[in-house]
Design a protein around this ligand. Structure first.
Ligand code: AMP
Length: 172
């Protein structure tokens, strides 16, 4: 896993000053490297056998939908506001600067369905925590979170709760 770090570009001051953006796109471009990165998640998901994989818009969709398709598991999108048709459930959450909101389609989850949430990167944990809240409010059984990258210094995983799986592949 550590050897894949050299294929993650660090972009200073993107999208805002002070953020060092971890750009994973070079890995997605190379199927062998992407497969190497995703292998532990494939194993994890096969073991826990969820009913659905939920992906967080938009970079979370890349791995979540790829895994869902490969492992024959349903995919549920968690989206930014005003993107989903019909009735939705929404959660507002704090960003470093300002607020944001995530939404899920009401009735998209059968009560008690086992769900794992996937995003590309865990930073402060606000986004993932909001996604987890949505899954629970929609009636799902949140079994855990998985991330390709974790910025451990920000201690985001502490926001995500206990007695659930919190997996990350590459740690900084
Ligand atoms: P947070 O809510 O602080 O955990 O931020 C996580 C979300 O913001 C994820 O959806 C990431 O795509 C994005 N993100 C935050 N920080 C970074 C970073 N340094 N590099 C790439 N993406 C980031």
């Amino acid at each position: 896993m550590e050897n894949l770090k050299k294929h993650i570009n660090e972009v200073q001051d993107f999208p805002r000053e002070g953020i060092v953006f971890k750009d994973i796109n070079p890995i997605y471009k190379e199927p062998k490297k992407w497969n190497e990165l995703m292998m532990p998640l494939q194993r994890l998901i096969s073991t826990i056998n969820p009913d659905y994989i939920a992906g967080i818009e938009s970079r979370g969709f890349i791995s979540a939908s790829a895994l869902a398709f490969k492992l024959d598991v349903g995919f549920i999108p968690i989206r930014k506001p005003k993107k989903l048709p019909g009735k939705v459930i929404g959660v507002n959450y704090k960003l470093e600067y300002g607020e944001d909101r995530l939404e899920i389609q009401r009735n998209s989850i059968e009560k008690g369905s086992k769900i794992i949430v996937i995003d590309d990167l865990l930073a402060t944990g606000g986004t993932a925590r909001a996604a987890g809240t949505l899954i629970r409010e929609a009636g799902g059984n949140l079994i855990g979170f998985a991330f390709l990258v974790e910025l451990t210094e920000l201690q985001g995983r502490d926001k995500l709760g206990t007695n659930i799986i919190i997996e990350s592949l590459i740690k900084y």
